[in-house]
Design a protein around this ligand. Structure first.
Ligand code: SAM
Length: 285
């Protein structure tokens, strides 16, 4: 295992960490090791890391993987990163915002460069932008074999939540439409420099070959959004108000009835599959 030197690197390069960029760096070797092990990386794997920070996880992954390509937004960290990772020839650093890069183009380029045949995404995510980053990977990027993310504990719980459980919402449906999410382990604040105010959880997303339901994706996600957007409203009212499908309350009640659902049902009891059934019925003339 590679020895952690977070504090040393921060001091050596006189780094000022930026709270607004979610810069809480891991300072615990055993947590780094457990994240890397959860990602199931081998010598044929290209790892795409979001936000390497000063490279604590990057190093550990590069010692096992075919190669690591890491996208870091903060230009002030690049010199420290290059210095800290100088002993590795299979790491590429890209100084960019992950939301603005062409991820598929990066994957294809570095898969070829490092002669890798599978791709894992691993990140201790900046918490201010966790959901947009995860959704970008799930919705827009093909060719990823698995993802392991450290996120805020509450967000992990929302991602794995099932219908009828408190945290179930649009994020649960979206994540479970594309993947099988599993909670791996929790990480307390004292494992980071500086310590965050929240607890963290490592979550693994196994990408599904096919979504669990065949739907018109655009309409499906509009329907899911409308169903959870107005939580205190019944599904009938929420959907009639959203006006996505041009259906009257009576027509919506009729559709719910044909699915064996009561007219007072709320969105939070519908599974990913039931939302699919509803979306397909609502789409019919
Ligand atoms: N991986 C390091 C670790 O575990 O110690 C750092 C993790 S820190 C929670 C999040 C990192 O993401 C920071 O280095 C931050 O600068 C970077 N970051 C924040 N927003 C980003 C973005 N939009 N694109 C790429 N990197 C970003």
């Amino acid at each position: 295992m590679i020895k952690n030197n977070t504090l040393e690197v921060i001091k050596k390069h006189n780094l000022k960490l930026t709270k607004t960029l979610g810069q809480n760096f891991l300072n615990d070797d055993s947590v780094v090791k457990r994240i890397v092990s959860a990602a199931e990386i081998d010598g044929r794997t290209l790892v795409l890391e979001v936000g390497p920070g000063i490279g604590s996880m990057t190093k550990e992954m590069a010692s096992i993987a075919a190669g690591v390509v890491a996208v870091e937004i903060d230009k002030h960290l690049i010199a420290a990163l290059n210095d800290n990772l100088s002993e590795f020839s299979n790491i590429a650093i890209i100084n960019s915002d992950i939301m603005k890069v062409d991820i598929e183009a990066i994957i294809n380029e570095y898969k070829e460069k490092y002669n890798a045949d599978r791709v894992k995404v691993v990140a201790n995510l900046p918490y201010y932008i966790t959901t947009p980053i995860i959704m970008k990977f799930l919705e827009e990027v093909k060719g990823i074999d698995g993802m392991v993310f450290m996120v805020q504990k509450e967000v992990a719980q929302r991602m794995v939540s099932k219908p009828g459980i408190k945290d179930y919402g649009a994020l649960s449906v979206a994540v479970q439409f594309y993947s099988n999410p599993q909670i791996m382990f929790d990480v307390p604040p004292h494992c980071f420099i500086p310590q965050p105010e929240v607890h963290s959880t490592v979550i693994k997303l196994d990408i599904l070959d096919e979504p669990p339901v065949k739907v018109n994706k655009e309409l499906y996600f509009k329907l899911v959004k409308a169903s959870f957007g107005q939580r205190r409203k019944t599904l009938v009212n929420g959907l009639a108000n959203a006006g996505i499908f041009n259906k009257s309350k009576e027509q919506i009640k009729h559709i719910l009835d044909s699915m064996g659902l009561n007219e007072n049902v709320r969105g939070e009891v519908l599974s990913v599959e039931k939302f699919g059934e509803l979306s397909n019925l609502m789409e019919q003339k």
